[in-house]
Design a protein around this ligand. Structure first.
Ligand code: NAD
Length: 277
């Protein structure tokens, strides 16, 4: 393979990407990079009105794009959004399952013990992260099976490998996402096509809306003890920024990772490698 051919594997012209949770901090940035590489991008989000900033950037890039309302927990909603994507572009090459997150009600604190975490909050976090990955994978996976190719990229978390304190539902749901990534990679390759690949990234700690309440003290604006501890356990010495994910995402979607499926790739500033000593 020569240089030109190798670099071409990162040219996504004519490819279509569906990004759930694409109005969010991490997946909005990912959507814009895919667009910059030539892809058509469909952002599917429960709150499409939050995608304004990304929509402007996609317009600046002159990228063909759609921003569609979609609840990843409702099959009919996912079906309807995917039908719209296929009506416009006929084929889907990439699915990024980005919708996910935690919530304070499923997080232990001095006021809320593990024993009292309400079912409703636990179920919300399990469903959003795990079912919210599986349902779109079923809907888009069927289409990928019919066309015998495609790439699914899930978003797991460092919590899947070694759970942080206080967030039991989020940690176990993300462990489920990592496990499902392996399961689906094997299932699609064995039953439909080895050209359907399924991988995940496991981001370390990025300061975003879902975790700001745990990392920054609302009153002082200073890092909490937990925030400081995360930095102390991250050899890179900082929180991640959304741009840190782009190389890993592009590589896992591109043909340059054609022999990579069923992996969960940490993008964590070394958090996973560090024993703390
Ligand atoms: P974010 O809150 O900015 O984005 C999540 C998006 O998902 C939002 O736009 C939200 O509207 C959308 N969403 C929520 N429920 C939905 C539903 N039912 N249907 C469709 N869309 C829905 O969060 P983020 O920090 O950008 O996180 C993106 C992904 O990365 C999540 O899966 C998160 O768990 C994961 N992650 C984040 C971090 C971090 O440090 N921020 C670390 C590891 C993993």
């Amino acid at each position: 393979m020569d240089r030109k051919e190798f670099l071409q594997s990162f040219d996504f012209t004519g490819r279509t990407a569906v990004v759930t949770g694409g109005a969010g901090v991490l997946c909005g940035e990912i959507s814009c990079m895919l667009a910059a590489l030539g892809a058509r991008v469909a952002i599917l989000d429960l709150m499409p009105e939050r995608a304004g900033k990304w929509r402007s950037r996609l317009e600046e890039l002159r990228c063909e794009h759609l921003v569609l309302p979609c609840d990843v927990l409702k099959r009919e909603s996912v079906d309807a959004a995917i039908t719209q994507v296929l009506a416009r572009w006929e084929s889907i090459d990439f699915l990024i399952n980005g919708a996910g997150g935690n919530k304070p009600g499923a997080t232990t604190s001095s006021d809320l013990s593990f024993f009292d975490l309400p079912d409703e909050a636990l179920r919300f976090v399990f469903d959003l992260n795990l079912l919210g990955t599986i349902i779109p994978s079923q809907v888009v996976g069927r289409h990928m099976a019919e066309q015998s190719r495609g790439v699914v990229l899930n978003i797991s978390s460092m919590n899947a490998l070694r759970p942080l304190t206080r967030i039991p539902a989020y940690s176990s749901a993300k462990a489920g996402v990592s496990n499902f990534t392996q399961w689906m990679a094997v299932h699609m390759a064995q039953n439909y096509s080895p050209e359907i690949r399924v991988n995940a990234i496991a981001p370390g700690f990025f300061m975003t809306a879902q975790n700001r309440f745990l990392l920054v003290d609302e009153k002082s604006g200073q890092l909490t003890e937990r925030g400081r501890s995360i930095i102390a356990h991250t050899p890179a010495g900082r929180f991640g920024v959304p741009q840190d994910l782009l190389g890993a995402v592009v590589w896992l979607l591109s043909p340059s990772s054609a022999f990579v499926t069923g992996t969960v790739l940490p993008v964590d500033g070394g958090f996973q490698a560090y024993s703390g000593v």
